[in-house]
Write a protein of this length. Structure first.
Length: 426
């Protein structure tokens, strides 16, 4: 059993938004191998470039003990394996553990006695011990908590956030035995300046992670429903929220699209486990339904506004500004802007999507969308401000209006502009 973190030899399995920042921090202190099956990604990192923009070239260079590989031999000598692969949902909104299982199979092939496997991927309570451990045992031939051990330390990465980084966010840790819990906590504590919180069990740590984003999802769902109500009442939602926000304990949520790799996905992991246990969650699924249907609601409001201006809907040309799931980052995972684009096309509209942050090849590969290089001035019947990128926030109303035809609708989903400068706000 590992007892001294000074002897840690670490493998990070998956070098995405979560894995790479973690690998860089561990790679400053410990021998660390960043393992990923994407050879293009590995070569870019070797050249000092992170396409996710989470880590700078200077930060990559500072990780002097970090190497990159897609070969099993490169991680066979490690004794700590940290899994940071994605945990998506399938088309039926059920958890897809395929990446997690494959990562566990990979580790099982090189797992040795005394090794520790730590999972960071968001899962439902019980997944580490009920779904991952059996794979590790089957492939390695070793016994859990006798020959090898596990931990769970949920990721809290916020893409595009340069203030809350991996080292400055308090880290929840856990282990499969009290000794391993202490080891995992000490290991993370050696790089996390914000400190750690050692949970009483792996299941507690798993549950803590999944409810963090479920709570946000439900709260945003409530605000989205309030926005719909206030719209019918002819009241400006932002003005209401500003007024209510003057009370010290009012939570500052805003209406909008709920996408990304966490908030729009994690609740389904919890509801899946709840239903398996015989409980049908009401509030969580209600929030999910509201948030999943916001794209359709946005387009229905736009169509009404266009008809009021006598703008012909079928064949109209619309500019959607922003495609990422949030502002000022290139992350396209589970973006709900595509729901708006799909609805617009269902009405027979032609859609131009413009986003200066994205990789256009990724947009085409993931969503069959070819974003425009630049919007065409004076060409659009409607303009939707879907993402609050800083480039868009720096534009004034005249610049935005100049993109539309003489008669057009400007819909500001993100409160970028003053209310009087827009035709619609969420």
């Amino acid at each position: 059993m590992l007892t001294d973190i000074c002897n840690a030899n670490i493998a990070i399995i998956g070098l995405g938004y979560v894995g790479l920042p973690l690998a860089v921090e561990f790679g400053k202190k410990y021998p660390t191998v960043g393992f990923d099956i994407n050879t293009v990604r590995l070569e870019q990192l070797r050249q000092g470039h992170d396409e996710t923009l989470e880590v700078s070239g200077e930060e990559l260079a500072e990780a002097s003990k970090l190497s990159y590989s897609n070969q099993l031999d490169a991680i066979s000598g490690c004794n700590v394996y940290i899994v940071t692969v994605p945990t998506p949902i399938n088309e039926h909104r059920q958890p897809d553990l395929t990446p997690l299982v494959k990562a566990s199979e990979t580790i099982g092939k090189v797992l040795s006695r005394g090794d520790v496997v730590i999972y960071e991927s968001t899962v439902y309570p019980g997944a580490t011990e009920e779904d991952c451990v059996p794979v590790l045992e089957a492939v390695s031939g070793l016994r859990f908590n006798e020959d090898f051990y596990c931990g769970y330390s949920p990721e809290r990465i916020n893409p595009g956030d340069k203030e809350h980084r991996v080292t400055t966010i308090l880290k929840v840790t856990s282990g499969s035995t009290p000794q391993i819990a202490e080891y995992v906590d000490s290991l993370y504590g050696s790089i996390i300046t914000a400190g750690t919180h050692k949970a009483s069990s792996i299941k507690v740590a798993e549950a803590a992670k999944v409810i963090e984003n479920t709570q946000r999802d439900v709260n945003i769902g409530l605000i989205n429903e309030l926005a719909m109500i206030f719209n019918k009442l002819g009241i400006d939602t932002e003005e209401v929220l500003k007024a209510a926000g003057t009370k010290w304990n009012f939570l500052p949520f805003r209406p909008g699209l709920v996408g990304g790799h966490c908030i729009g996905v994690d609740p389904y992991y919890l509801t899946h486990k709840a239903q398996a246990a015989g409980y049908h969650p009401e509030m969580i699924l209600a929030g999910r339904r509201l948030n999943d249907n916001m794209g359709a609601y946005v387009v229905s409001q736009l169509v009404k506004a266009m008809l009021k201006k006598r703008i012909h809907v079928d064949g109209a040309r619309v500019l959607v500004m922003g495609l990422t799931f949030k502002e000022n980052c290139p992350d396209l995972r589970n973006t709900k802007v595509v729901d708006i684009i799909g609805e617009l096309k269902d009405y027979g509209m032609t859609v131009d999507c413009y986003d200066p942050w994205i990789d256009k090849q990724e947009a085409e590969h993931e969503y069959s969308l070819i974003p425009v290089a630049e919007p065409e001035p004076g060409a659009y019947d409607a303009i939707i401000m879907a993402v609050a990128h800083k480039q868009f926030a720096e534009m004034d109303c005249e610049q935005l209006r100049a993109l539309g035809k003489a008669e057009h609708v400007l819909y500001d989903l993100k409160y970028i502009l003053p209310a009087e400068s827009t035709d619609l706000r969420l």
